[in-house]
Each structure stands twice: as C-alpha cells, then as structure tokens.
Unconditional design. Structure first.
Lengths: 298, 93
C-alpha cells in the first residue's frame, strides 16, 4: 500500500504576519540602503546617481580596512578568551545541590544588564580618579589610563566584554554538560579514563553543538559590538577602538555621508551574512552526520 | 503613498525585480518538483536548490566587490563572472 504525502499549504498563512513584520523592519530598510549606496545626497530628499563610486571608495579606503581589521582582531581575542574560559567555568560548576541555583543566578546576572549600563559601569570602574579598577591600579603604581593609552583601552574593552558575555558561553556549555547521561562517566571510570580523556572523548563531543552556537553568538555579537565601546572609549584614543559599527555610525550620523555609509553597511552586512552561512552550514552538517551515524540529536 | 524617501532608481528597481523573479521561479520550480533536489556536491555538504541559489547570490556579491576593488570599472564583465559562478554552483555544488 503506497502512502501518499498530503501537502497542506495553509500553514503558509500562519507565517504571513512574521513575513510582514520582517518586510517592514528589515527588507524595506535594506532596499533603502541599497538605493542610497548608489546615490549622493545633500539633504532635502534630493539624490544624484553615482553608480558604484561609493563601493570603490570604501573598498579602497584605509579607514575601512583598519576598522575591519580592528573588529576582526577584537572578535578573535574575544573568542580565544571567552570560549575556553566558559568551558572551564562550566566544568567547575556543581552538577547537583544548592550550589547549582546559586551559580546559575550569579552567571545570569551580567547578561541581564543593558549594554549601555555595562559601558557606563566600566567607564566609571576604569577611571583613575574615582574608579575602583583605575584608582586601585594607580595606587599599586601601575600606569593605567584607558582614555590615553591604546593598550589600556583595548584591555578595558576586552575585560568588559569577557565580564559581560562569558556567562553566556558558561550557561550554554553547562546545559550541554548536564545533559550527558551518567552511564558515559561510569563507563569511563570502569576503563580508568583520566580527567583529560573524559573531557576529550565524552564531554567535548557532547557539548560540540552548543559550543558551536556559543561561538556563533559570541562572534556575531562581538563583530557587531557598538554600545559598550562607544560609551567607554568613544572609539578612542584616536581611532584605536573605532570598530566597524562605530566607524559606520560616525560616517552616517556624524558626517552625514549617507552614500558611503550605505555602501559600507552593505559590505558589513555581506561579511556577516557569509559568516552566518558558514556557521549554519557547519552546524547542520554536524546534525546530518549525527543522524546518519544513528546518534540522533542530543 | 510617497516612497521618495526610499530614493528609488531604475537600476536598483531592476536589481530587486530580478531577485524577486528568481524567488518566484524557485517557488514555481519547487511546486512542480517538490523536495528541493538535495545532493552532496564538491563542497561535501548537502545542498538543496534553494541553498545553491543562496550560495550563487552571496558568491556573486563577493565577486562583484572583488571586481570593483581589483579591476575597477565595467562591471558587466564582473556580472558575466557572477553568471558563470552561478551556473557552476548549480551544476557542481
């Protein structure tokens, strides 16, 4: 007896409200940005066709290259610190008892603070005259000033991001770790596996998927970071912490160069789209591999 | 409805019309041949024809940018490279 697949396309109507919302909030603004990127304007809703001039200008601009490089370096450093640190903290967290709730609440706290508040906290925290960090380091004889020293500015921003977002990696890894059945650990104990072997061959493969989500989220978020560095350093000293997003806003709002800003934002968007696609492809490949090997979804 | 704030131009309108037409063609194709024709190509992961269109469009955007940055004017040759790339993606990816 053959089974005929019944297709009911009425479900598409359920998606319609979301489609309308996305059209208004994303597609129409994106179309407008594309339109702006090939024109010049001096205000008053008057536009002049310039073709691909803005794209050529942005792609050849040293300012854009430097901002892109700074953003990539920042994201790389954030991942290099937050991912291993998040795994370590998740491994160290208790798996049962009252300590679980305490740790989870403590870990969730930084995530609940709005970005501009985090920026303000660290801006004050790092000040040499009144900030606990800045004043404390100064009293120890360490010459620290994030408003004047390039390295200090970078260290402050990295420290701030690590403080704010490592918790997310911890919570994701922890959720993966607690879902590992106890029998795996029992088998490892019977085999006399070392702590490292348990991590390498049981825990790491089992948290691989959530870890990939953590890497994706942290990369995207750090690559698009704006509010926190803007509040703490404002892109300074000089342009040393002027990431792509800060540079883009400065160009669009500060200088009112809408054409080059639109071209730059489209290039920025395409880079993000490419990275998202790569991550998505890797994640779905893992899913397919697990399903084909009979492991199923974790 | 006044859409002058969107600053429409004929070339950008054609660009979006082409994208919309591609999506409509893909929908019709899917209607007559459901399932998306999944296969594993030279990139060693499974793609449907929708994935292949996405890879073609995204790749074309980067080819155009590279063309503008390295070659310069006369984007028509860049467009030709994009079409060749899209054909290759649909054949081998």
């Amino acid at each position: 007896m053959s089974i005929q697949k019944v297709q009911n396309n009425k479900a598409w109507f359920m998606v319609l409200p979301v489609l309308i919302l996305v059209a208004i909030s994303a597609i129409i603004p994106l179309m407008t940005v594309v339109n702006y990127s090939v024109q010049d304007t001096f205000g008053g809703n008057e536009f002049f066709w310039v073709g691909t001039e803005w794209f050529q200008e942005v792609l050849a601009s040293e300012r854009f290259h430097n901002a892109l490089l700074r953003t990539l370096v920042f994201s790389g450093l954030i991942l290099a610190i937050e991912i291993p640190l998040g795994i370590l903290i998740a491994l160290a967290m208790p798996k049962r008892g009252w300590g679980v709730s305490v740790c989870l609440v403590l870990m969730a706290l930084p995530l609940l603070i709005p970005w501009n508040v985090v920026g303000t906290i660290w801006q004050v925290f790092g000040r040499v005259d009144i900030g606990l960090l800045g004043h404390g380091l100064a009293s120890l004889g360490i010459d620290y000033n994030y408003t004047q020293n390039n390295l200090d500015a970078w260290l402050t921003l990295i420290l701030m991001d690590v403080w704010h977002w490592t918790s997310l990696v911890v919570l994701l890894c922890y959720s993966g770790l607690v879902s590992i059945p106890e029998v795996y650990y029992q088998a490892a104990r019977i085999d006399g596996a070392s702590r490292w072997a348990v991590f390498r061959f049981i825990q790491l493969p089992k948290i691989k998927r959530v870890l990939l989500i953590a890497v994706l989220l942290r990369f995207m978020d750090s690559f698009m970071i704006y509010t926190e560095p803007f509040v703490v350093t404002g892109g300074g000293p000089g342009n040393i912490t002027s990431f792509l997003s800060i540079d883009l806003v400065q160009m669009a709002v500060g200088q009112f160069d809408l054409g080059p800003a639109a071209a730059m934002s489209l290039i920025y968007f395409l880079i993000i789209l490419l990275i998202c696609w790569v991550f998505y492809t890797v994640m779905t490949s893992y899913d397919n591999d697990e399903q084909s090997s009979g492991g199923g979804a974790q | 409805m006044d859409l002058s704030w969107m600053a429409w131009t004929q070339p950008t309108a054609i660009f979006f019309a082409v994208i919309a037409s591609l999506l409509i063609v893909m929908s019709v194709w899917e209607y007559f041949s459901p399932g998306g024709a999944p296969r594993v190509g030279i990139l060693r992961f499974e793609t449907t024809r929708g994935d292949r269109l996405f890879v073609s469009l995204l790749g074309s955007a980067f080819i155009s940018m590279a063309w503008l940055a390295l070659v310069g004017l006369n984007l028509w040759w860049g467009l030709a490279a994009c079409v060749v790339f899209a054909v290759l993606v649909f054949l081998f990816v």
